[in-house]
Design a protein around this ligand. Sequence first.
Ligand SMILES: NC(=O)c1ccc[n+]([C@@H]2O[C@H](COP(=O)([O-])OP(=O)(O)OC[C@H]3O[C@@H](n4cnc5c(N)ncnc54)[C@H](O)[C@@H]3O)[C@@H](O)[C@H]2O)c1
Length: 324
Amino acid sequence: MSRVLVTGGAGFIGSHVVEALSRAGRPVTILDDFSTGRRENLRDLEAVGAEFDLVEGSIADAAAVERAMRDVTGVVHLAALPSVARSVERPLDTHHACATGTITVLHAAALQKARVVYAGSSSAYGNQQAKFKQEDLREDPLSPYSASKLAGELYCRAFARVYDLRVVVTRFFNVFGPRQPADSPYSGVVAAFCRALLRGEAPRVDGDGLQSRDFTYVEDVVDGVLRCLDGETRGCVTVNLAYGQATTVMALYEQLTAHARELLGRDDLPAPKHAPPRAGDVRHSLADTARARETFGFEPRVGFADGLKRTFEWYRTGSGRSAQ
Ligand SMILES: NC(=O)c1ccc[n+]([C@@H]2O[C@H](COP(=O)([O-])OP(=O)(O)OC[C@H]3O[C@@H](n4cnc5c(N)ncnc54)[C@H](O)[C@@H]3O)[C@@H](O)[C@H]2O)c1
């Protein structure tokens, strides 16, 4: 059966992609340098019977990428240094992983004639006026992270033209779920809020908390990624993978607090603590999801509310190691 290379397979989203592919009986190779990924994610995968080959190395190292590409017919390219805040502090590292790493992976995939799914980012849209972010809007990167992820997208388009590479650029919005690190200054807001509430600490809200996001549960994103991998599109297609549902950060706090009250039986949960807004953050981020539905039959199965409950439960029951 056709082998799939998952770059960044030891990371949050990558480990779920590996699990889903393995469950479907597909051979998987992981390429990861563990810069933000975790070995315990791979141990979790082994515990649920997932099988994979591991190549430890960087996506910016052509020799490591060539090794990982052996016998591969499809690539899910997720490896990157995510986080807007980290990219403001370390723009060159971000560029190296996201842009140089991506061209290295695309070049090897083109030689191998493998189909590629690239993890793009909704940050490409920046602060545009349009309420729903549609894939054909002009890009407007606000941070080094966003610019380097967009550079990766541009390489996808160029490689589709000159090497006839088949690529799908999937733009993720705010993905959340089990295995998302909760203990780093760069943690996603859902993970950080779960951790704070479980520790009885005040969650930190950047700015007024009225910024909104299209929070998407990881299992639904993975389902979309696999549809794109198995699709038959040619050239380079760009597609949003999200719910098309906006939630403000304050509304997220309210919903998680309600779960926490119910599950922990506590009424004394702390109010959030506001911090200054973060540089490079967009104000509103909401996906137009028509193309994902029409081109790849993408229909989310879990949804925001259930995904949030499952995620809080994962951190609460101790499976969420990084919440402790
Ligand atoms: N989580 C989100 O909300 C979100 C939103 C938009 C886009 N994305 C994109 O999705 C992808 C996965 O994100 P995630 O949240 O799972 O992050 P993550 O940090 O958990 O995963 C990234 C993985 O890539 C690996 N990696 C980083 N640099 C590498 C390098 N040079 N060589 C090899 N491996 C390397 C890390 O070790 C890690 O395992 C990224 O491309 C990110 O830009 C994520």
